[in-house]
Design a protein around this ligand. Structure first.
Ligand code: FAD
Length: 442
C-alpha cells in the first residue's frame, strides 16, 4: 500500500492533500450544522419510489432489510410550511398545471419578507417549481415528470450508512455506472494542458495503483482507467464517480452494523479493504472535495442575492448568513480547483455534450438502486455533483441574468454532497490514525 504524501498535489486539482484537509477542518462543523439544523438543507424533495429503472427490471435485487428503508414525511405538519399542499394550494390551486418558465418568471411574487434582510434589499418568497429541465443540466431533475412532485425526506433522520445492500444487484448498478465512463472515441483533440504532469501522475495516482492487490477480481480500476490515454475531462468523469463510490464506502465502514453483536460500529477492516488498500480511491475523494468546494465558491455572488424561502423569515435569514459565511471561508482559502482548464478548446464541445449526457445517465441509473436509503443518497449525491458541474461549466460568476437557473433541490444537493465528502475526509483521518496506532502497538 502506497501512503499518501500530504504535501503532494491531488492530481487534476490544484491543492495538496494537506491544504484540503486544513480547509476541511475549517468547514466541517459549519457544514455539519447547516445540513443538520436548518430546514432548508435538512429536507430534500425527490422522486424516490415512482421512477422505474430505465435499463433493466430485477425485483430480486431489491433490498428488504429494515436498514434499507427510508422514512418519508407523511404528515403535513412535519414538512416545512412553504411546501405544504395547503400553502401551495393558496398560491396555485391544488391541481394547477405546471407553469412554464416564462409564466414562472411572470408570476407575482408572494409572501414578502419584511425587515429581515436589511435596508434596500427587496426580496420576496416564491414557491419554486423544480421540474423543468434545462439543456445545460448535468442531471435529470429529481422531480421531473408531470404528476411527480416527489416525496419529502428528512436527510437527518435517514443517515447514509451500512444497510446490507450488496451482491449482484448492487454490483450491476456500479458496473453500469462505470461503463458510462467508457468514452467511445478519443476527444477531438487532447488538451495538452489537460494531461497530468508526469510528476503528478507518478506521485499521486500511478504509484498508488501499484497498491492494488494482484489476483483480486477484475475491477473498474483495472479495465477502464487508462490514465495515459485520457484527457483531463475524461479522467475527471471517472474520478467523480470513483470519489463518490469511495465516499459511500467510507460511510458504510464508519457506520457499520455488526450483525453478531447488534451494534453500530466503526469497522476498520472494512476501511482497510475498501479504501486504505486503494489510495487512488482516496485520491478521487479528495479530488471531489476540491471540485465541489470550488463550485460553491463560484456561487458566492449568486447566493448573496438568493432568497432562502421556507416561510419562517427569521430562520431563512439565519440560513442565508450561515451559507454566506461558509462560502467566505472557502474563498478565503487557497483555490482548490481550476475549471478553466477544462472544455476550453472549441473542439471540446462535442466531448462536453458527451460528458453531460453520460452524467445524466449516471443520474438515471440511481433509479436502479434496489435499496431505498442507498437510492436516496445516491440520487442526492449525483444531483449534487451534477449541480457542481453545471456551476463549474455553465455559470459565469461575472454575469447575472444569463446564468442557468439553480433549483432549490440542486442547491440542497450540492451543500449536502459537500457535507458528505467533508465527513468522509474526517472519517478517513480517524481511520488512518487508528491504523497508525495499531502499527505502533505491533
Ligand atoms: P462495491 O462497493 O460494490 O464495489 C464493486 C467493485 O467496484 C469493487 O469490487 C471494485 O472493483 C470497484 N470499486 C469499489 N470502490 C471503488 C472506487 N471507489 N473507485 C473505483 N472502483 C471501485 N450500501 C450500504 O450499505 N449503504 C449505502 O448507503 C449504499 N449506497 C449505495 C449507493 C449506490 C448508488 C450503490 C450502487 C450501492 C450502494 N450501496 C450501499 C452498496 C455498496 O456500495 C456496495 O455495493 C456493497 O457494500 C458491496 O460492496 P463490495 O465490497 O462488493 O464492493
Amino acid at each position: 500500500v502506497c501512503a499518501i504524501d500530504p504535501k503532494s498535489i491531488v492530481s487534476d486539482a490544484c491543492a495538496s492533500y494537506a491544504t484540503l484537509e486544513s480547509l476541511n477542518s475549517d468547514l466541517f462543523q459549519s457544514l455539519d450544522s447547516i445540513t443538520k439544523s436548518t430546514d432548508f438543507f435538512a429536507y430534500y424533495r425527490l422522486n424516490l419510489f415512482n421512477k422505474e429503472c430505465p435499463y433493466w427490471s430485477d425485483a430480486n435485487s431489491m433490498c428488504g432489510n429494515r436498514a434499507c428503508a427510508v422514512d418519508t414525511l407523511e404528515n403535513e405538519e412535519d414538512i416545512p410550511p412553504v411546501w405544504r399542499v395547503e400553502e401551495l394550494s393558496k398560491l396555485e390551486g391544488l391541481h394547477a398545471n405546471h407553469p412554464g418558465r416564462q409564466q414562472q418568471e411572470e408570476r407575482p411574487k408572494a409572501r414578502p419578507l419584511q425587515g429581515m434582510l436589511g435596508e434596500g434589499v427587496d426580496e420576496s418568497c416564491v414557491v419554486e417549481y423544480d421540474d423543468e429541465c434545462d439543456e445545460r443540466d448535468y442531471c435529470v431533475p429529481e422531480d421531473e415528470g408531470a404528476a411527480a412532485k416527489g416525496d419529502y425526506v428528512s436527510l437527518v433522520n435517514n443517515t447514509e450508512r451500512f444497510t446490507g445492500y450488496a451482491g449482484p444487484g448492487a454490483r450491476q448498478v456500479w458496473d453500469a455506472i462505470y461503463k458510462e465512463n467508457c468514452f467511445s472515441r478519443p476527444p477531438p483533440q487532447l488538451s495538452t494542458f489537460g494531461r497530468p504532469s508526469p510528476l503528478d501522475a507518478a506521485k499521486d495516482l500511478r504509484s498508488m495503483i501499484q497498491g492494488h492487490k494482484v489476483g483480486s477480481p477484475i475491477s473498474h480500476e483495472d479495465d477502464s482507467y487508462p490514465l495515459d490515454d485520457q484527457c483531463l475531462e475524461q479522467r475527471a468523469f471517472y474520478r467523480i464517480i470513483s470519489g463518490m463510490h469511495a465516499s459511500i464506502s467510507t460511510h458504510i465502514c464508519w457506520d457499520y452494523f455488526n450483525q453478531t453483536t447488534g451494534e453500530w460500529v466503526r469497522n476498520l477492516d472494512c476501511y482497510k479493504e475498501r479504501l486504505h488498500e486503494h489510495p487512488e480511491r482516496v485520491s478521487n475523494l479528495y479530488f471531489n472535495y476540491a471540485l465541489v468546494t470550488r463550485a460553491l465558491a463560484k456561487l458566492q455572488k449568486h447566493l448573496e442575492h438568493y432568497t432562502f424561502c421556507l416561510g419562517d423569515p427569521a430562520q431563512d435569514f439565519e440560513t442565508k448568513q450561515r451559507v454566506i459565511e461558509l462560502i467566505s471561508r472557502i474563498t478565503s482559502a487557497p483555490p482548490t480547483f481550476d475549471e478553466s482548464r477544462m472544455f476550453q478548446d472549441p473542439a471540446m464541445l462535442e466531448l462536453k455534450e458527451d460528458f453531460r449526457n453520460r452524467f445524466r445517465n449516471v443520474s438515471r441509473l440511481m433509479d436502479c438502486v434496489g435499496c431505498d436509503k442507498c437510492r436516496l443518497w445516491g440520487k442526492l449525491q449525483t444531483a449534487g455533483y451534477g449541480a457542481a458541474l453545471k456551476v463549474l461549466f455553465e455559470f459565469d460568476e461575472t454575469k447575472n441574468g444569463e446564468n442557468p437557473h439553480l433549483r432549490r433541490t440542486e442547491l440542497v444537493a450540492l451543500v449536502n454532497t459537500l457535507a458528505r465528502i467533508s465527513h468522509s475526509l474526517t472519517a478517513i483521518q480517524h481511520f488512518r490514525a487508528a491504523i497508525k496506532a495499531e502499527d505502533q502497538d505491533k
